[in-house]
Design a protein around this ligand. Structure first.
Ligand code: SF4
Length: 468
């Protein structure tokens, strides 16, 4: 076990008692909560816990902020643009709150863990009643109880910490087919552009018994698509004094009886290994898909990003993955316009994209984040130039993606039908093992089942098929 503190059972019992007290207060009121989530899957998983606790405190849920008694906004800090959007939406709640006196507004998550942001909210957004960082989530019941007391002032609970272990918070999951399963929290990597280690603390792996217990429960409850979550899942177990690693975790979940798919994200290339690829190949329930962010095709930029791999080692890793699993689908993240990225560096990114031919690419223009080393690096390239590079990259990738998708026409794929859609291509959506989105038609009752689907058409981002 790592040397970071564990939140005691006694403390969790105390929070549980508070939930019962708040539920008693809410008994005849049936107050409504609106939970809005920005950012990554980890935030989605955190919001499920917030909903779990709100439900235990007697709240019901609404999608309409006007009728909500409490609005909880779970924020993201990864990009400046997202922060601006969140602040704009919080500002707009002034009218909502005016129309519904007594409405409470809560801000939590990564954005508010940054000191300057918490201070800005204190100063400029008096409508916000409660602010708390990701490390305070287990204290949500206590903070809610304080907030709903009459004449209680605004509450700011943001604490500097490396993070703690918390187990056993209730969770109210959103869907019935797909489930997030957090296997570790935090990150130790300190990529020079990234704020995550500053706001989410050091790596903390959940113990395998807790992860497996939750995985078994999800399978028993009928979930068919389980995504293991962590900032860098490949380093799972390193902080546990045991011989568990991520591959062993996948093998153990794979051996749980039942028909389901195991996915995971995110993998850091410096920690992805032959052992991991062989495990994915050997485990029939493991999706044949890896999201492996490369971020830049230039070794010089990768070094400035503190990524601990080179262009060559990344390409060698891709080659190894494809040697072990020729059908593997590869997706990635890339940053355009990192400080000091030259035209030559950018062309290396383009050539890497042309060489690997990713199935999907999440492309971002560099966004400076307060407190990170990259924020202080000289950045002479104009925003216009970065946008031009971004557009060039997108054009090349979109053509590749369309060709990759078209190569599946005529094939039969095993598809998990995971939702309904209003798209012209079909009233149902599904995912192949390689995580390709498929539109198809059929009765809604098929949601949650696996079907063989003949692929009949494609575009840049999706396939269309019919059940056979
Ligand atoms: S691996 Fe790098 S980019 Fe990913 S969360 Fe950690 S520091 Fe951020």
């Amino acid at each position: 076990m790592s040397h970071l503190p564990i939140i005691s059972q006694q403390e969790l019992d105390r929070q549980s008692e508070i939930m019962s007290r708040v539920a008693a207060l809410n008994e005849h009121k049936h107050p409504l909560a609106f939970v809005d989530t920005y950012g990554c899957q980890q935030n989605e998983a955190d919001s499920e816990k917030l909903r779990g606790m709100l439900s235990r405190m007697g709240y019901r849920f609404t999608d309409d902020e006007h009728s909500a008694d409490i609005i909880v906004i779970n924020t993201c800090a990864v990009r400046e643009h997202a922060e601006h959007r969140i602040l704009g939406n919080v500002g707009a709640l002034t009218h909502t709150k005016r129309a519904k006196p007594g409405q409470k507004i809560v801000l939590c998550g990564c954005m508010v863990q940054q000191k300057h942001m918490a201070e800005r909210i204190k100063r400029s957004f008096p409508i916000v009643d409660l602010v708390f960082g990701p490390h305070e989530m287990y204290r949500f019941p206590e903070l809610i109880e304080q907030m709903i007391q009459p004449h209680k002032g605004r509450i700011f609970a943001v604490r500097d910490t490396q993070g703690e272990y918390v187990e056993g918070l209730p969770s109210l999951r959103q869907g019935r087919v797909k489930a997030w399963l957090t296997v570790m929290y935090g990150c130790n990597n300190f990529c020079s552009y990234c704020v995550v280690p500053l706001v989410r603390g050091r790596e903390r792996s959940r113990t395998p018994d807790k992860v497996l217990e939750e995985a078994r429960r999800l399978v028993d409850e009928g979930y068919k698509d389980i995504t293991l979550l962590g900032q860098n899942v490949n380093s799972y177990g390193r902080d546990l004094d045991s011989d568990w690693d991520f591959s062993r975790l996948i093998e153990s979940i794979n051996s749980i009886p039942g028909d389901f798919v195991i996915r995971f994200m995110t993998s850091h290339p410096k920690d992805a290994s032959e052992r991991l690829f062989k495990t994915i190949a050997d485990c029939e329930k493991a999706a044949k898909h890896i999201h492996l962010p490369f971020q830049s095709g230039s070794s010089r930029v990768l070094s400035a990003m503190n990524r601990h791999y080179t262009r060559e080692s990344y390409l060698a890793l891709v080659e190894l993955a494809r040697e072990i699993m020729p059908q593997i689908s590869l997706t990635s993240d890339v940053i355009v316009g990192f400080p000091s990225e030259t035209e030559e560096d950018f062309e290396e990114t383009l050539s890497l994209v042309e060489r690997v031919r990713f199935d999907m690419l999440f492309t971002f223009i560099y966004s400076p984040r307060a407190g990170t080393p990259a924020e202080k690096m000289p950045d002479p390239v104009s925003r216009e130039e970065k946008q031009l590079r971004f557009d060039r990259l997108l054009e090349i990738h979109n053509a590749i993606s369309a060709e990759n998708q078209a190569s599946h026409i005529g094939k039969t794929e095993r598809v998990l039908i995971d939702g309904v859609s209003s798209a012209a291509a079909g009233n149902l959506t599904g995912r192949t093992s390689e995580n390709r989105l498929v539109y198809l038609s059929g009765p809604r009752e098929l949601v949650g089942s696996f079907k063989n689907v003949k692929i009949t058409d494609s575009n840049t981002w999706s396939l269309t098929g019919s059940i056979i």
